[in-house]
Design a protein around this ligand. Structure first.
Ligand code: HEM
Length: 378
């Protein structure tokens, strides 16, 4: 079973091979939290994350070896389970730097990276406040759902009185590959998702498109990245009544193989200039893969790391299902935002999806052993 180190140049959970399961949580800090309290919380979180990602229980005594008359340090449900590829990735939201009322609660407003913008309102956005924003976030990914949930539960417990969950999301199936060794998984539309994703082996692309550098403006973010999360509802009942022809035209790839409509196999690069007998483009002008492709977006790429979700059903018996989209990038101003604007305006897929939640977070570089994530900021 995989074990990924918590300490290092970069936080894990970005270019680490995408695990099967997700528990993501966004937190708001307590109103009276001081700068020292915030630093202490980040230190406590890093120490606990280092233990859990190594497959160890949190705290001095773990789940069952502490004083009999005190609540155990660790909640216990991961006892006996391996690390299961657990990664824990921390992020800082815009409101950590500048509170909603404009105050600089922690004396860090001047260090807010220019790239950590407030996301604009995109056409057709239907964002719910209860699924949007947050001062801090934690992305826990693992191949075992119990291990991912144990991580978020224990980190939330450690934060008690200092930060509380604002919104959260469970994901049950990865919708991307982040290494060439992984097979491409499928999203809930039934299509391969992650074919043209940035892969960890493409080190030049990763350096250029994923990692922030010291001369991007915020030196403390060097080796970090920016996470954009979007909770996207898919109206799968409508999709399921759509013909295969229509489904494939919307994506611009075949459903079985995942090959571009311009020909070839899954990993053949799409040819957007290719036309059919009548001169019509083989990959439609409103196809998702055309509009999201770097050729249409000034070369911008994303490292996608999203998950399928089904949160029960609505009162009409329809599944409350979709894609919890997560993307890492060096600068959302030139990557997620223009790509999403392009999609929101023109994507044929829009008829079947609805963006209902959103978050943007600066993901600091990794910490060295004994340090904590965020130490370069304070
Ligand atoms: C590609 C599905 C939302 C960006 C793809 C592909 C599928 C897909 C099937 C083709 C295979 C692949 O290369 O991965 C979906 C679904 C979405 C969704 C079902 C919503 C429910 C988004 C959003 C963005 C995005 C919100 C970014 C703003 C991309 C990019 C590619 C891609 C950059 C690769 C394009 C290329 O270089 O060929 N998506 N996607 N997608 N998607 Fe999406």
């Amino acid at each position: 079973a995989a074990v990924y180190p918590f300490y290092g140049t970069h936080q894990s959970g970005i270019i680490s091979p995408a695990q099967d399961r997700l528990h993501f949580a966004s937190y708001d800090v307590a109103a009276d939290l001081s700068r020292d309290d915030l630093i202490e919380l980040l230190q406590d979180w890093s120490a606990a994350a280092a233990l859990m990602t190594a497959g160890q229980p949190v705290g001095q005594y773990g789940a069952v070896n502490g004083p009999y008359d005190a609540p155990p340090d660790d909640t216990g449900e991961a006892l006996g389970l391996p690390a299961s590829g657990l990664t824990i990735t921390f992020g800082f939201g815009p409101t950590l730097f500048t509170a909603a009322d404009g105050t600089d609660r922690f004396g860090i407003a001047a260090q807010r990276p220019a790239a950590l913008v407030d996301l604009p309102h995109f056409p057709a956005d239907m964002l719910q406040d209860t699924l949007t924003g947050g001062d801090l976030c934690i992305q826990a990914c693992s191949d075992d759902p119990q291990v991912a949930v144990h991580a978020i539960r224990n980190l939330s417990r450690i934060a008690f009185g200092r930060a509380a969950i604002r919104w959260s999301q469970l994901g049950f199936g990865r919708t991307s590959s982040t290494t060439t060794a992984q097979a491409t998984p499928r999203n809930l539309f039934g299509f391969k998702d992650g074919t043209a994703n940035i892969k960890a082996e493409e080190t030049e692309v990763v350096d250029e498109q994923v990692w922030a550098s010291a001369d991007d403006g915020a030196a403390w973010m060097a080796g970090g990245s920016y996470l954009v999360a979007r909770k996207i509802r898919m109206t799968i009942e409508t999709w399921d009544r759509t013909s295969l022809r229509e489904q494939e035209a919307i994506v611009g790839r075949t459903k079985g193989e995942g090959a571009p409509f311009s020909g070839g196999t899954e990993f053949t690069p799409p040819d957007f200039a290719a036309t059919g007998r009548g001169g019509e483009p083989l990959i439609a002008t409103d196809a998702h893969v055309r509009l999201s492709h770097p050729d249409q977006n000034a070369g911008a790429q994303l490292l996608r790391r999203g998950y399928n979700f089904v949160d029960g059903n609505d009162e009409l018996g329809r599944l409350n299902a979709g894609l919890f989209f997560i993307a890492f990038q060096r600068d959302p101003r030139t990557q997620f935002i223009p790509i999403q604007l392009n999609l929101a305006k023109n994507d044929a897929m829009n008829e079947y999806i609805r963006h209902v939640g959103s978050g943007i977070f600066a993901v600091p570089p990794g910490a060295s052993e004994g340090g904590y994530v965020g130490e370069t900021l304070f």
